[in-house]
Design a protein around this ligand. Sequence first.
Ligand code: NAI
Ligand code: ISE
Length: 336
Amino acid sequence: MTINIGVIGTGAIGREHIRRCSTVLQNARVVALNDINRDNCQQIVNALTPEARIYDNAIDLINDPQVNAVLVTSWGPTHEAFVLACIEAGKAVFCEKPLAVTAQGCMNIVEAEIKAGRQLVQVGFMRPYDSGYRALKAVIDSGEIGEPLMLHCAHRNPEVGDSYTTDMAITDTLIHELDVLRWLLNDDYASVQVIFPRKTRKASSHLRDPQIVLLETTKGARIDVEIFVNCEYGYDIQCEVVGESGVARLPEPVSVQTRSAAKLSTTLLTDWKKRFIDAYDVELQAFINNVISREMTGPSAWDGYAAAVAADACVAAQTSGEIVPVKMADKPAFYR
Ligand code: NAI
Ligand code: ISE
């Protein structure tokens, strides 16, 4: 069976996902494209998907009976409306993070899905599909290091564009940790705090960078996450879990060690696309498989909501400097 996919938003990650659907993954083909910039779609048709139809209106793409499932890879503020339209049309939808830009927006999606009576949404949180995070979770779940007590994490990007703002360190960047750490610990957040170290001279005038986010979970584990989006040297994701009887660390991506010119060295990655390339492949193949089996197994609309509630609290904490409680609604039985 081949799933006909429509893609809304053909920018950086949209193109990546179209490439993987067209050349890497099984049982899927891209048949429909939409972007407010039509040229983006035309370039993709010319290079990758000659048979795909370009739509001027995203809602027409969603409602086309030829389209079995939709990828939403447009800008974050557009996600909620497109995902709601997919649910209304009864179509499975893979939505890039964030599911919606506020917790309330995510809750609107949760409620629509429950009303539809079937899980249709997978959120593009790819880290639970990364082999390194999976290996780390297996160690934690095995009990080898005892109960997790503390986590030390870092999310470093070499640089960001001028349009990147202080709150985006939470809503665009930390959001990955907010999702994957819940999954890793099988826990939720109780409170958050954000502190600002000395600012790097590489950051734009309107961006406070780096930031340290302190999270407390409902079981009492303490997490510190350094967000540093102008670190210059590379794209670097770190996660160390300190347990009662041992420490487990996220493996580094494979890199050949060289000895030359009186140096022992390995190359670091600089690009998120390469760091998680396998995880993106696995998450999207899982979505396609889920569409075929009509059973969603990946990060759900509820997971999108949970990350957004914590993100809202972190943004409030950026301004207040205080410890902000994370107040989630009760988890509906639908998502258990
Ligand atoms: P981008 O700016 O490169 O591409 C976004 C595209 O959406 C643009 O082509 C734009 O014209 C289009 N667009 C905007 N509004 C639209 C609308 N109303 N209808 C149709 N098309 C519209 O951005 P990028 O980096 O591809 O990010 C897109 C989304 O993917 C964001 O939500 C971002 O957070 C997420 N993302 C996720 C990553 C991950 O690691 N999972 C990595 C990078 C981005
Ligand atoms: C980007 O949008 C992503 O999702 C990347 O995975 C992340 O590392 C980066 O900080 C975000 O800007």
